[in-house]
Design a protein around this ligand. Structure first.
Ligand code: ITT
Length: 210
């Protein structure tokens, strides 16, 4: 059994592959379909963008497709970068440039939670990772949507080399480490993506059974 995820983000692919492997389901992504043209993400919410990506890929491939739109909302930045998380540092954005812009912006604002970790790391602002998943089945033309989020704090320096994106700067006070210091299994248990996925897995399994 295989499920297609409408993403080109290899970090997301690895997390979905890990989660679905436990169910005996293989994951394919848009990295396996390089001929599918770029899908414009012009929605104003995570849910809208997830639906746009799922439907665009499903209509081309003619199979049910799952899509993930996610991002970081930072309190001291009034919710930015939000739906712009992937393109935060503009043209040619990379995880490294996005993280550097994030810390530069927060430092310029003087953002601080007046709290430091034992290694001198300063905690700058409360933040949240949010994830919207949309499953679109072209046979029924129906969407199923699920959301998840996780609270954390932006740290002024990176910790760990797991995960992707903003993970090294996303400190999880309840665990006393950054998201990038967790294994895939641990991250999946607490993450925005893990929460949303747990809600959708029964429906994906049902769909793959038919
Ligand atoms: P696709 O649209 O192809 O799926 P993308 O990277 O453009 O890939 P999004 O538009 O959903 O995906 O942007 C999500 C960005 O938010 C992503 O690039 C990361 O920078 C960040 N992000 C999302 N989930 C994250 C996570 O679990 N850990 C760290 N950063 C995350």
């Amino acid at each position: 059994k295989t499920i297609v995820i409408a993403t080109k983000n290899s970090g997301k692919v690895k997390e979905f592959a890990h989660a679905f492997a436990k169910l005996g389901v293989d994951v394919k992504s848009l990295l396996d379909y390089p001929d599918i043209p770029d899908i414009p993400e012009d929605g104003s919410t995570f849910v809208e963008n997830a639906k746009i990506k799922a439907k665009a890929a499903a209509d081309i491939l003619n199979v049910p497709v799952l899509a993930d739109d996610s991002g970081l909302t930072v309190e001291a930045l009034d919710g930015a970068p939000g739906v712009y998380s992937a393109r935060y540092s503009g043209e040619g954005a990379t995880d490294e440039r996005n993280n550097s812009k994030l810390i530069t912006e927060l430092t310029a604002l003087g953002a601080s939670m007046n709290e430091e970790l034992s290694d001198g790391t300063q905690l700058l602002s409360a933040a949240q990772f949010r994830c919207a998943l949309a499953l679109y089945d072209p046979a029924s033309a129906e969407f199923i949507v699920a959301e998840g989020n996780v609270d954390g704090v932006i740290a002024d320096r990176p910790h760990g080399d797991g995960g992707f994106g903003y993970d090294p700067y996303f400190y999880v006070p309840a665990l006393g480490c950054s998201m990038a210091e967790l294994t895939k299994e641990e991250k999946g248990r607490i993450s925005h993506r893990g929460e949303a996925l747990r809600k959708l897995i029964p429906i994906v399994e049902q769909l793959l059974q038919d």
